[in-house]
Design a protein around this ligand. Structure first.
Ligand SMILES: NC(=O)CC[C@H](N)C(=O)O
Length: 196
């Protein structure tokens, strides 16, 4: 039997523990990643929810920006929730001056897109291939536009906004399945990792 793939959770900032827990529940090995050497040791990476401006600054401070970009270019599977989705976007709107991302998914993501009234909310989404999934949105981004290579997996019921996408080995959601005990999104990612 081949050993289970190891997934790193980028542990600079954000809801790292919740992702570690969700990944372990799918049968994958999950470890924290803060340093380039730790990144080298994993087969795939999860970028948690949190605050993308802080994550970007810490990624620079920990000299992780380029190494993560490089691994993504080489085809490493990655999944980002919320701030993690922002980090996987090739282009962002509403970012801080100079804010950078790892990129990888050919999309424009708008930060804090759902506005003040609905800073945080929950709703049921139709997730392609999974059926109905409960989405928890916390100052969440949405996907403003996608390139041809990007598959739209879910839209919010509020105005048809795109909230889950996949491009090859890269997955991103505006919402946080790691916070609701919703195992199927992590299982979906685990399948992507095993296929890789
Ligand atoms: N829950 C989240 O991850 C929020 C994302 C945050 N608003 C950002 O721009 O990074």
């Amino acid at each position: 039997m081949t050993p289970a793939p190891t997934v790193g959770v980028l542990a600079l900032q954000g809801d790292v523990r919740e992702h570690l827990h969700s990944l372990t529940a799918t049968g994958l090995r999950a470890v924290t990643v803060r340093r380039p050497a730790e990144l080298d040791a994993v087969d795939a990476l999860v970028i948690p929810g949190g605050e993308s401006t802080t994550m970007w600054k810490l990624a620079e401070a920990f000299e992780m920006l380029e190494p993560v970009r490089m691994r993504i270019k080489e085809g490493m599977p990655a999944y980002g929730s919320c701030a993690g989705m922002i980090m996987l976007a090739d282009r962002i709107e509403g970012g801080m001056d100079g804010q950078q991302t790892f990129g990888g998914i050919d999309m424009v993501v708008r930060r804090n897109a759902f506005g003040r009234q609905v800073d945080s909310f929950e709703s049921d989404l139709e997730f392609s291939g999974l059926g109905q999934v409960r989405g928890v949105f916390i100052r969440a981004p949405w996907v403003e536009s996608v390139g041809d290579a990007v598959e739209v997996l879910a839209r919010a019921d509020t105005g048809d906004r795109i909230v889950a996408v996949r491009q090859g080995p890269l997955l991103a959601t505006s919402f946080h399945p790691e916070l609701t005990g919703e195992a199927r999104v992590h299982s979906y990612f685990a399948e992507m990792v095993r296929e890789f």
